[in-house]
Design a protein around this ligand. Sequence first.
Ligand code: SF4
Length: 290
Amino acid sequence: MLYNEPLYRPPSEANSAIVQVTLGCSWNQCLFCDMYHEKRFRLVPLQEVENDLRTLSEYMPEARKLFLADGDAFVLSYDKLRPILELAHSYFPALHRISAYALPRDIASKSPAELQALRQLGLSLLYVGVETGSDYLLGAIRKSETRTSIIEGINKAHAAGIDTSVMIISGLGGKEYSEEHAKESASLLNLIQPKYLSTLTLFLPRGLADYQQVFGGNFTPLDTYGVLQELRLFIGALELEGTIFRSNHVSNSLPLEGILNRDCAKLLATIDRMSSEAERLRRFTPEYGY
Ligand code: SF4
């Protein structure tokens, strides 16, 4: 089987069977993302998906987890997803979790009955790049969503029994919007109570000038100390009831993990220790790392 590359998957899907049911991203406009710039979005025909499932099952017959790629596989309608999930179970009898990246609007476009049917077919986890809870910043980074659409979409998935794993990008709004980003993101998270939360740190594959131009000019990137202070404000404002938190992405200077809010004090103490070091180093380095 040949994957149509580049192929991306969440860190937690490292040992999963992965099948591409779409190629690229149907939105493909987020300012910080160039993952699928070289890929023209298209749906993979069902026959090709089945061929790949069959081939995968020969290599991983005992697979318990299946990840549907690419960027927003949940853009597929219920009628297109259902036969894929049914085929997946026929090729992987031990399957107990099917997951995919999703945009909230693609969750919201499905009816409660459709979402429940997909859940019964094993689709139990959606990865959602929320990025920020600030409406202003969602517009500035050209995300396809608003704060309201994110809350509606994710809560609709939860109501159907589908868990979500939510990503927030540290430093997304730079120095100017750091406080708004932290507070608005925390307040959004408090409203949706996801099962998993992870943070990444902003990386600009097309460079700072490109980001600043589209963002609107008022963007000064955060250095390590600034990112840690933003993370401190964000975590301190969370009111979560058992969310599993990870910040182990390669882009982060400080890997963290814990259960929120249970481990909040411990996480803040770790951030404070790292902040002291980052503040000390700040005196010896240029103001910003770009
Ligand atoms: S929706 Fe996701 S994959 Fe698509 S452009 Fe935005 S961040 Fe990238």
